[in-house]
Design a protein around this ligand. Structure first.
Ligand code: ADP
Length: 161
């Protein structure tokens, strides 16, 4: 089975990575889809995010990394996936995720959304938390893969040796 894992991934965290690995085990094949969203101010360009994900997942097989514009359901149809995968960290995610899932089903009821709960020890992790910690000079090595930590330190001009 093939699932589409859409998101901003701005940047990818260990929480995303864990979900990707578990989805490969559970469903077989994962297409990681980076949304080019003109309404969101992104920190990293789509090309940089694709490169970060490519490097962070270079030990994994059964994945494809793509970017897309427009509706997620259209992307799902284009890549002929059976399911859209999203992650749930807390109740606060649930409301937002349920709204998106209902919206997507109202557009195309043939595409289902499934959710995986985050690992408890990743439930505090989000791209914005990681950026905030890095921005204020904190170490993010335990939150994101190496290359991404270095990108963040460079972006916020902080050096760790
Ligand atoms: P979006 O802007 O579409 O929410 P994100 O990159 O923030 O994109 O998240 C993509 C998906 O990954 C969402 O379903 C989100 O709930 C999930 N996710 C984000 N962080 C984690 C985490 N630490 N553990 C599990 N799932 C996560």
């Amino acid at each position: 089975m093939k699932v589409l894992y859409p998101g901003s991934f701005d940047p990818l965290t260990f929480g995303h990575l864990d979900l990707i690995k578990r989805a490969i085990d559970s469903f077989g094949e994962v297409i990681i889809a980076v949304l080019e969203n003109p309404t969101k101010n992104s920190t990293f360009t789509v090309n940089r995010r694709l490169e970060q994900i490519k490097q962070a997942t270079n030990q994994l097989s059964k994945i494809e990394i793509i970017s897309y514009k427009g509706l997620t359901v259209d992307c799902a149809k284009k890549f002929q996936v059976d399911l859209i995968l999203r992650g749930l960290r807390a109740m606060s995610d649930f409301e937002y995720e349920l709204q998106i899932a209902h919206t997507n089903r109202s557009i195309d009821a043939s595409i289902e959304t499934i959710f995986l709960a985050s690992e408890a020890h990743h439930s505090f992790l989000s791209s914005s938390v990681v950026k905030e910690v890095a921005m204020f000079g904190g170490n993010v090595d335990h939150m994101v893969p190496n290359l991404i930590a270095n990108d963040l330190y460079e972006m916020f001009d902080i050096k760790y040796s």
